[in-house]
Design a protein around this ligand. Structure first.
Ligand SMILES: [Ca+2]
Length: 368
């Protein structure tokens, strides 16, 4: 009897549990679907506010939430739309110059000035994520063969490029009688004054790097950017013209995400007051030796504003080590269209789109 009552109790308990479960489960499922839908509406266009610290409205009212949304699939080469508010200014969406050196590109077509790309498409040494680079032999060439671009009257210049040096700076057969004097980056004014970062092969394996505003600078910046061959380097140049007779100009190189220096230069004087208007890469002064000196270029982006979008491995510029410039197609205060470029990143997962403003600071961060 006792056993019978015990079994009956169990049956009643199970029946009650079954009834409760039947009543609850449909409601639970519906809630889960709804939550999931809401969360996707809010988060998948990604809200950037948490990463940037930039205050955006935080309210219970879903209709009032403002955030940065992306529309389109994050696939390499895809065009996506970014919608939001208060994006930084960019008067012309497209950069001044862009080439990935892939098959369909003609790297010379948009270059202006006295130089041209004299190299050849190369498929053997290419930057990570690229199929084609541009091989350029600087041996026995004068500066008239260096890639050069006229950027007009702009006070600012931003350059993103990938570069690979297939030679040693101090090898005897690479040097002419006066050594190997290689200016890897140079900005020229119509008056002949210029600022450059360069090496001299006679001075050892790092090339004794120097950065100097010729005719107008007050001192030379030594070191900071040792010559490192046989390796792809993602290189960015941030330039801002100085005022006349004032040491307040910016010419900073960022290599593989690391800002190599942060100092100001006097780029103009009363005697030489014109601003720089041309950029030249890899100019040789004083000749070379008998060896070929191959330089490989990949992904060259030049613009007259710092405003841009970068795909990064970190939500801020300080911690970014792999950066890929994205190609803007449309740009307004609340709508940006870009052509997505994965570049050296293995995937878009856990990466960030950084919207950079006119001051070269992060305006918004979009988590992918
Ligand atoms: Ca390429």
């Amino acid at each position: 009897m006792k056993n019978y009552l015990s079994i009956l109790k169990w049956i009643i308990t199970l029946a009650i549990l079954a009834l409760l479960f039947n009543n609850c489960s449909p409601g639970f499922d519906q809630t889960e679907i709804k939550n999931s839908k809401n969360s996707s509406e809010i988060n998948q266009p990604t809200d950037s506010s948490s990463e940037t610290g930039i205050s955006e409205e935080n309210t219970e009212n879903e209709e009032a939430i403002t955030h940065t949304d992306i529309f389109g699939k994050t696939i390499d080469g895809n065009n996506i739309l970014i919608k939001g508010e208060n994006f930084p200014n960019k008067a012309i969406a497209e950069p001044l110059y862009w080439t990935s050196f892939e098959e369909s590109d003609d790297p010379e077509s948009d270059l202006i000035g006295y130089g041209r790309f004299k190299g050849l498409a190369d498929t053997n040494i290419t930057a990570p994520g690229s199929n084609v680079s541009h091989r350029f032999d600087i041996s026995r060439q004068d500066q008239n063969n260096s890639p050069t671009l006229n950027f007009g009257d702009s006070n600012e210049l931003y350059v993103f490029k990938k570069i690979y040096y297939d030679f040693e700076i101090d090898h005897a057969d690479n040097m002419g009688p006066l050594g190997l004097n290689l200016k890897i980056l140079r900005l020229w004014s119509p008056e002949g004054n210029n600022i450059y970062t360069g090496y001299q092969g006679l001075e050892g394996s790092t090339g004794n790097p120097r950065t100097y505003a010729e005719y107008t600078g007050q001192s030379t910046l030594w070191g900071k950017i040792p010559f490192i061959p046989y390796k792809w380097h993602q290189t960015e140049i941030v330039y801002k013209a100085s005022q006349v007779d004032v040491q307040d100009g910016i010419f900073t190189v960022i290599r593989d995400g690391v800002k190599l220096w942060d100092r100001k230069f006097r780029m103009r004087t009363s005697n030489k007051s014109a601003k720089y208007n041309e950029i030249a890469f890899d100019q040789i002064s004083n000749g070379t030796g008998n060896n070929s000196l191959n330089i490989y270029y990949d992904d060259l982006y030049i613009d007259t504003t710092f405003t841009r979008i970068m795909l990064s491995d970190a939500p801020n510029l300080e911690d970014s080590r792999v950066l890929e410039v994205q190609i803007p197609l449309q740009w307004s205060k609340n709508l940006i269209e870009i052509k997505l470029r994965k570049g050296a990143h293995e995937s878009f997962k856990d990466k960030y789109l950084l919207i950079i403003d006119e001051k070269n600071e992060v305006n918004k961060v979009i988590s992918l």
